[in-house]
Design a protein around this ligand. Structure first.
Ligand SMILES: Nc1nc2c(ncn2[C@@H]2O[C@H](COP(=O)(O)OP(=O)(O)OP(=O)(O)O)[C@@H](O)[C@H]2O)c(=O)[nH]1
Ligand SMILES: [Mg+2]
Length: 188
């Protein structure tokens, strides 16, 4: 299945009636700057549907996109942006955890976006453990795979796999358009 239509619905910071409709939710989570918003643009073949930035901390709300009139993509704020103020980080964490762990909402899949070159950091592993504890279906996207040298590719992915455990890991590059078909197959 491919993506034929995409529509931005709204940005939310807490419970919302849009999420009460009987439409499967696919949430994109991960560290700030890992490329969640770029990934949504890449999957939907749009340039500026989700707003991206070289500066971490771009996405501050949960932006909801309706895909094919059939499911939602939710672009979450990133966690772990060290230079944000304590207050901002606490607020973002409240939005992320409130939606994922303290709401009545269920996700068809949670797509955890990591930087393929950096690998999963402690905050990512903590997020994976929390998601597992709450019984979420996790798909890991190793984004920015274009930054990894060809010769390091399989060793890097094997290292990530050891840390991440039994969840699918999809190498991806929003810049080089690598991994799109594989990820769509996994989530749609
Ligand atoms: N090299 C490379 N850079 C990428 C790729 N995908 C995204 N980026 C860059 O990563 C930066 C962050 O992208 P965003 O999509 O804004 O990241 P985000 O995870 O939504 O960030 P927050 O909203 O702050 O949580 C931008 O400068 C993108 O151009 C990729 O596949 N390869
Ligand atoms: Mg973003």
């Amino acid at each position: 299945m491919d993506i034929a239509s995409t529509q931005f619905l709204k940005g939310i910071i807490g419970p919302d009636s849009v999420l009460e409709r009987n439409i499967p939710q696919i949430a994109f989570v991960g560290r700030s700057n890992s490329g969640k918003s770029s990934l949504i643009n890449s999957l939907t073949n749009q340039k500026n549907l989700a707003r991206t930035s070289g500066q971490p901390g771009r996405t501050q709300e949960i932006n909801i996109f309706l895909i094919n009139d059939a499911c939602y993509f939710l672009d979450l704020p990133g966690y772990g942006y060290a230079r944000a103020s304590q207050e901002t980080r606490a607020q973002l964490e409240k939005v992320i955890n409130g939606y994922l762990f303290e709401s009545v909402y269920r996700q068809k899949k949670v797509v955890l976006v990591i930087d393929a070159q950096v690998g999963p950091k402690e905050l990512d592993l903590a997020m994976i453990r929390l998601l597992e504890k709450h019984g979420k279906e996790i798909v890991v996207v190793a984004n920015k795979i274009d930054k990894v040298k060809r010769s390091d590719y399989s060793k890097q992915l094997a290292d990530h796999r050891k840390k991440i455990g039994p969840h699918p890991i999809i190498p991806y590059s929003t810049e080089k358009k690598i991994g799109r078909k594989e990820l769509l197959r996994e989530i749609l």
